[in-house]
Structure formats: structure tokens, C-alpha cells
Design a protein. Structure first.
Length: 114
């Protein structure tokens, strides 16, 4: 299955110059690093940046609220979070970014997925 997140550039006063971001892949991290997350991997100027989405939040959305997010939608939510993090001047390649329940809901609503 292929997911499409259009490559994008991010500018910020905190960044020396605009940075290029490219989506690489999305996978379940339970198998690779024993984490109960869905990981979206990007390249920021060639350096790996990981955005992790908590699986319990996705389960809660599905079971309690009957809301389903596709892998494509999760990749786009992760891309938006990465974009915002870079715009604030944080180096997303230094540590994993994590999307919790309230943040997932806010980003999902902004993208009109929830």
C-alpha cells in the first residue's frame, strides 16, 4: 500500500533557511521497537524524523466514538504535527515526536478528519 504525503518546505525565524521534508513510511512500532504506536517516518533535510501516534488513542476513537482514521489520514496528521514543530524552531531530528489523544483530535479536526 502506498501513502502520499506531498513533500513540503518549512520556514521559521528560528531556522537558518527553509528545510525540505519528505515522507518515507508508516508502520506499526510494536514489531520494530516494542512501542504501542504507529510511527510515521520523514526525512528532514536528509535526517530521520519520527512522529509516533499512540495506538490506545486510535483504539478509543474506533471503539468508543466509532471514528476510523486511515493510514493515509494518520500520515497527513503526522506531517502537520511535524510541520508545526519545525515552524516553532524545534529540531525534530533530535527526538521522537509524540501525538497524544488531545493533539490527535485537534489535528484531525483541523484537517476535517474528525
Amino acid at each position: 500500500m502506498s501513502y502520499i504525503v506531498t513533500p513540503f518546505e518549512v520556514s521559521s525565524r528560528a531556522l537558518a533557511m527553509p528545510v525540505k521534508v519528505r515522507f518515507v513510511h508508516l508502520f506499526s512500532a510494536i514489531a520494530t521497537r516494542h512501542s504501542d504506536t504507529i510511527d510515521c517516518v520523514f526525512r528532514v533535510e536528509g535526517e530521520r524524523a519520527t512522529v509516533s501516534i499512540a495506538c490506545p488513542v486510535l483504539t478509543e476513537l474506533r471503539e468508543k466514538e466509532k471514528m476510523y482514521l486511515s493510514d493515509q489520514q494518520l500520515a497527513e496528521i503526522a506531517a502537520l504535527h511535524l510541520r508545526r514543530t519545525l515552524e516553532r524552531g524545534y529540531d525534530a531530528t533530535q527526538a521522537e515526536l509524540f501525538i497524544n489523544g488531545p493533539l490527535l483530535r485537534a489535528l484531525g479536526k483541523e484537517l476535517k478528519y474528525l
